[in-house]
Design a protein around this ligand. Sequence first.
Ligand code: FAD
Ligand code: NAD
Length: 326
Amino acid sequence: LPSSVAIIGAGMAGISAARQLHEAGVTVELFDKSRGTGGRMSSKRTEYGEFDIGTQYFTARHNAFCSELESWREQGWVARWQPRLCRIDEHGIHPSEDEQHRYVGSPRMTALSRGLLGGLTLHGSVRITQLDRHDQEWILTDSDGNRYGPFIQVVVATPAPQAIPLLAAAPQLARAAEQAAMEPGWAVSISFSEPVATTIDAAFVRSGPLDWICANHSKPGRAENCNWVLQSTPEWAAAHLDTPAAEVAKLLLQALGKALQTALPATRLLQAHRWLYARPAQTSDWGALAAPDIGLYACGDWCLGGRLEGAWLSGQQAAQAVLGQL
Ligand code: FAD
Ligand code: NAD
């Protein structure tokens, strides 16, 4: 169709843009190198249940996002999570409950992106490597040499480092993506053979390699009761980028025992996942980036706020910019 728009990346930003365009009557096609949706808002499936290895939870502050969140709750895609929260530092474990409302996809993180995708077209397991513009239209090429299009406009909704080559036709956008450095993170999924002897559900960790620990089963809809997720600090991940995953998993498991000051049960599952581009090193407030003269746009958490809410808002702004040119 002459008016169809391609969206590269089916994380929160890409899906947010896709939905707004679809609601405005525009034909959209999403492309993602992963099989499914969600990007960093991901769940890992194992024989011991699912683990949220990316986004842990999200908060809502902007009005537009708060009302969007209400509709997601009505659909049953997300639920409020009320963990017994702590802060852990070199002096020990400190209860740290607060009034903040926190939400998770239910019964797993990807339930949200699946719900949002609805009937939209997704080309999964397709890594776009090149964008070419001919006669005012775009042709996309993937890593196997397959071609897609033509599209009248293209929205790049990938992490900044992966956006750089795709934005080559708009040097000012490519330069912005180059500036937006992103930091790595390791995430470890653990299933213990029995519950851990602790009363806390999650903690912000302020010393050692860990940044965050969480009893995954404390989130609504997760059936297993022995599953934990650990996340490293970006600094520790940067220093252990090439450490084998099995060793990373053991090191962070040890750090969990130390943080919780308890002997841990045996593990029946212990896996580490490396996020090369976990989060923007600095938050920006660009909203979305646009080269309207050639119909090329960029959005994502690196353009706004560095959190899930920012990714959604950035996708909304990209869609508005696209609609302004149709
Ligand atoms: P992404 O989710 O990264 O989506 C981009 C998509 O583009 C991906 O699906 C990727 O596969 C695809 N892609 C990339 N290159 C290509 C290509 N060439 N061709 C096709 N597809 C491509 N945020 C919070 O608000 N709260 C949290 O608790 C929180 N915890 C986090 C914990 C971890 C470990 C991580 C990694 C992130 C966390 N975040 C959290 C951040 C949050 O996950 C992100 O801000 C948000 O998911 C970003 O969405 P996005 O759409 O911008 O990017
Ligand atoms: P939020 O308001 O719950 O947390 C923001 C930050 O405030 C926390 O990181 C923590 O340092 C502090 N904080 C909040 N409540 C606290 C409490 N009760 N006790 C002690 N400290 C507390 O949520 P948000 O603003 O939506 O941020 C989302 C979360 O996502 C943050 O924790 C952030 O670090 C995390 N995140 C992680 C990654 C990653 O790659 N690991 C990427 C992006 C965001």
